[in-house]
Design a protein around this ligand. Structure first.
Ligand code: MD3
Ligand code: FE
Length: 218
């Protein structure tokens, strides 16, 4: 169903290069946002968002859950992908078709035909929540790109390089924005600044959701 807010949506934008084989697709998910919110609501009824603990013993400030064949898990033992939710022993909820189609279309739009994601990590940020600079390297398949979708309140995304010491560039990620990282950018350091006190969205309030699609196994 089309939301009345969609009447204000800008036309589809050209991809913006933010790094080598890294592309920002402004507003790419805007038209599907209501459907994506509905599916997040369904997932929320099946699985709990939780603040996972890093091997260093710190609780993450974003609340997370996964859908798809594999879910990303961290605890004192380390980072890994599991087929079951460690809180319940149940398989993760299936990846909704609308999630998969959006990720596949975004990847194809910037040259990654045939992306076949096995995992979607959902990060839920409330005011002040952030994610420090890190690399995504828990996946066996580093040839596949990663696709991320921002829904709700805007946040500043930090995009560095292959070295932790590389000075990050900053990009505003707003509701409906999609980013695709492949090639060498796939291993670039990245993170998000704390969700600002004034960052809100008419549907979610002071909450940002991020969907991160990954291929885990080659
Ligand atoms: C850039 N999430 O879950 S967008 C993560 O906004 C994560 O929730 C952030 O970093 C968020 O790991 C950032 C997703 C993202 C994912 C993988 C990347 C950005 C990336 C890999 C390389 C470069
Ligand atoms: Fe990441």
């Amino acid at each position: 169903m089309q939301n009345s807010l969609d009447l204000f949506a800008p036309p589809p934008a050209e991809p913006i290069a933010i790094g080598p084989d890294a592309w920002l697709l402004k507003g790419f998910a805007h038209a599907q946002a209501d459907e994506l919110f509905a599916q997040i609501g369904q997932i929320e009824q099946q699985v709990a968002f939780r603040h996972q603990v890093t091997p260093g013993g710190h609780a993450m400030s974003s609340a997370q859950c996964s859908c798809g064949t594999y879910g990303w898990v961290t605890d004192k033992r380390g980072y890994r992908y599991t087929r079951e939710d460690p809180l319940t022993g149940q398989p993760w909820p299936a990846m909704p078709a609308s999630f998969r189609e959006l990720a596949v279309q975004a990847a194809a739009r910037v040259g990654f035909a045939g992306f076949d994601p096995q995992s979607c990590l959902i990060n839920k940020y409330q005011t002040g929540a952030s994610m420090g600079l890190h690399q995504d390297k828990d996946e066996q398949d580093l040839a596949a790109p990663i696709v991320s979708v921002t829904l709700g309140a805007p946040i500043k995304f930090l995009f560095g390089g292959l070295l932790r010491s590389d000075k990050p560039s900053r990009w505003l990620l707003e509701h409906g924005d999609v980013v695709v990282w492949g090639g060498v950018s796939r291993l670039f350091f990245h993170g998000v600044a704390p969700l600002g006190k004034k960052a809100v969205h008419p549907v979610t309030g002071a909450v940002r959701y991020n969907l991160t699609f990954r291929r885990v196994l080659s």
